[in-house]
Design a protein around this ligand. Sequence first.
Ligand code: IPE
Ligand code: IPE
Ligand code: MG
Length: 260
Amino acid sequence: MSPTVQRPDLGGPFPEHIAIIMDGNGRWATERGMPRIFGHREGVRSVREVTTECARMGVKSLTLYAFSEENWKRPGQEVTYLMRLLRVFMRRERKTLMKNGVRLRCIGRLDRLPAASLDALRETEALTADNDGMLLRLALSYGSRAEMADAVRRMAEEARAGTLDPASIDEETLRAYLYDPTTPDPDLVIRTAGEMRVSNFLLWQLSYAELYVTPFCWPDFRRDQLLGAMKEFASRRRKFGGLEQEDIPAASTESVEETT
Ligand code: IPE
Ligand code: IPE
Ligand code: MG
């Protein structure tokens, strides 16, 4: 059973799915004269707080970009530390995830992860699979272009085998071959530490997400900063390419002939 959910009044729509590019751990540590790994360690506290707060506030899905396919390029020592942190986090957080009714799912090229980290992750996924609260998705060894390449390869194999008709392929078909097709697209994407880019994150799924970039480095991104982002989301006008009722001109006052 998930704990009592208390949705805050944001003064507007609630983001059902929040995705976060957790950036700035290294800078956070460097600014304090410490090695980069201290930033990663401190960042885990933010993961815990933001996950717990989202679950309590009734967010349906939270996707955290924890390690990109391109992050394998980093120095071996940093990568090893991050993989160890992942393993320890997976084991240590189980109790909290269970208490908060959180379900864990990982997306990415997980076969690249060290066996011990992958085992810890699969065990936690299995343990939390029946929880009925928030879905926590961790993007690990994740790259959106890799996800699309993986999807297209599988589609091509099925087309060759005769089980997929190329003429029937539409947007929903492609979606069905992505890593986690059943989770609705993110409503709000938060990037910490100020960079104005998406760094190969959910390129397909972010098509109509609201973007929010904050100068706070990830280790400093906690409950108040999360609420600030959610309130900003609530004040946005999402149009999905259409027009809102109040922007539609009255038929009698504007015609195509008059304006051309
Ligand atoms: C984000 O922080 C964590 C990962 C990408 C694993 P960074 O490590 O990218 O920190 P900065 O951007 O160098 O400050
Ligand atoms: C994006 O951050 C990846 C994660 C947060 C896991 P990076 O630090 O890798 O992105 P760039 O290199 O600044 O684009
Ligand atoms: Mg970074």
